[in-house]
Design a binder for this molecule. Structure first.
Ligand SMILES: [Zn+2]
Ligand SMILES: [Zn+2]
Length: 347
């Protein structure tokens, strides 16, 4: 076994440096994982294409691999050779957010936890050194590409969980990108009736194929009228807004049921975006407006179990896989509007 490994670092627009880094020994409460698959999320795509410029940065946060070794005082259920999902989000465990059960928004998440020379989750690499709590065991017959997608599924698990979606409720999902479609599949699993609002015809068809009860085009006949017509005039019990369009979010309040919840899921509204909504229904109809980001440890645990026990089929969301050596090609494929997830695989 060589004693160094390759790690991709974003250093500029469409510029990636491949470092040769010594394979570390896990210290106390640490685990070393041989990375087998890393999916290219929109965050990495933004770095690669220079829409956001945080350089140098070692990206890659949707990761699965094989546990290699653990340091002292690690009591994981996984043994060396087992398949694991890696959740590189740092959770200090003792800040106010962590102690209040909001470890997805840990106040110390961006502070260094080891002496790595480059910041970032560093899953675009052949090895990863993790804290033991960041490693989640899977069954060993689950393909690494599917297991890597536990991370986006965990984000959506959190969104659905925080929305208190109940069986038989009318859920409206605005936008049928990968996150919208994951909401659709999970909401269907929970027994909800799902209406998807999507302008793009191909995406609308995909939503239909994935089990949406109704799909509407908000530019044809109006969003509010269509949602009201499909819900006997009551409106949506829950709206998941999975597009970064302020007017789409605003519009969702015009067709919200009594006690309805509006979940802001999409993360990158253009800077300076504002919404204007009538405050009265918060009181008179007891509606709720909130959102979620990333995922808590329990959401990761749930997502990994769903994939590991084949309760959730990730295969339709994997558009293409590329070897690690074709990382540039993989990013070019990932940015295309008709792809869901592109996954890099490491030998
Ligand atoms: Zn992600
Ligand atoms: Zn914390």
């Amino acid at each position: 076994m060589s004693d160094t490994y390759k790690r991709a670092v974003f250093v500029g627009e469409k510029e990636i440096r491949i470092d040769e880094v010594p394979i570390p020994e896990p210290g106390p409460h640490q685990a070393l994982v041989k990375v087998k698959a890393c999916a290219l999320c929109t965050w990495e795509q933004r770095m690669y294409f220079g829409h956001e410029k945080i350089y140098p940065l070692s990206g890659g946060h949707e990761v699965a691999g094989e546990l290699v070794s653990v340091g002292p005082y690690v009591h994981l259920d996984a043994k060396p050779g087992d398949r694991v999902m890696c959740s590189p989000l740092n959770r200090c465990g003792y800040c106010d957010a962590c102690r209040n059960g909001l470890d997805n928004i840990c106040e110390n998440a961006n502070k260094p936890v080891n002496d790595s020379d480059v910041p970032g989750p560093a899953g675009l690499a052949e090895y990863m050194l993790l804290e033991d709590y960041q490693v989640f065991k899977s069954k060993n017959d689950i393909p690494f590409e599917e297991l890597a997608l536990s991370e986006p599924l965990a984000c959506v698990t959190r969104s659905i969980r925080k929305s208190n979606l109940k069986a038989s409720e009318n859920a409206v999902i605005i936008g049928a990108g990968i996150m919208g479609l994951l909401h659709l599949r999970l909401a269907k699993n929970m027994g909800a009736r799902v209406i998807v609002s999507e302008v793009n015809q191909e995406r609308a068809q995909m939503a239909k194929k994935m089990g949406a009860d109704e799909v509407i085009d908000p530019t044809q006949g109006g969003y509010t009228d269509q949602i009201k017509a499909l819900t006997d005039g009551r409106g949506a019990d829950v709206v998941y807004c999975a597009v970064s369009i302020a007017s789409a979010l605003e519009q969702s309040f015009d067709a919200i049921a009594r006690g309805g919840r509006v979940m802001v899921y999409a993360s990158i509204y253009p800077k300076g975006s504002k919404i204007s909504i009538d405050p009265n229904p918060f009181h008179s109809r007891e509606i709720t407006l909130t959102g979620t980001v990333s995922q808590g440890r329990e959401d990761v645990h749930t997502a990994v179990k769903m994939i590991s026990n084949r309760l959730f089929d990730m295969r339709p969301f994997i558009s293409k896989t590329y070897p690690f050596s074709s990382i540039h090609e993989a990013f070019e494929a990932a940015i295309k509007p008709d792809t869901y997830r592109v996954v890099l695989t490491m030998d």
